[in-house]
Design a protein around this ligand. Structure first.
Ligand code: DQA
Length: 143
């Protein structure tokens, strides 16, 4: 079983960006954590990060017939991108939305998620653990 794990804009700045919200661990730490979480349950992962909306649409389309599921943290595009929502609907792969922070308890504009409308589950506010939970949930959901 193979999952595509997508991280959107500014997730590459983890460790530096707003550490009171996102913590002090880096994006490299996150990749290591995701790889270990996937390996522990026998899942293969393809890891992708981009600051560009179109590149995220392209990688979602790439996943069609190549991945069994998608874990996505669309970051700021969560709250703006109909293009990412449409791409998720187009490939129709089971997808789980992850947010490091608790978007529900932050500014009002973070409460709306377009991508989430095409996801079978949303996990928010659990830090890196959310990605692990998403991988495990997706694996069970597909099996
Ligand atoms: C985020 C939450 C978004 O609102 C924000 O724009 C991000 C990160 C999170 O992981 O908590 O960049 O997706």
């Amino acid at each position: 079983m193979k999952f595509l794990v997508i991280n959107g804009p500014n997730i590459n700045m983890l460790g530096l960006r707003e550490p009171d919200i996102y913590g002090r661990k880096t994006y490299a730490d996150l990749l290591e954590f995701i790889r270990a979480s996937a390996a522990a349950v026998g899942v293969e992962v393809e890891l992708f990060q981009s600051n560009s909306e179109g590149a995220i649409v392209d990688i979602i389309q790439w996943a069609y017939n190549r991945a069994d599921g998608i874990v996505i943290n669309p970051a700021a595009y969560t709250h703006t991108s109909v293009a990412i929502l449409d791409a998720l609907k187009a490939v129709a792969l089971p997808a789980v939305e992850v947010h490091i922070s608790d978007v529900g308890s932050r500014e009002d504009f973070r409460k709306l998620s377009y991508a989430g409308k095409a996801c079978v589950k949303t996990i928010a506010g659990k830090g890196f653990e959310g990605y692990k939970e998403a991988i495990e949930f997706l694996k069970d959901h597909i099996s």
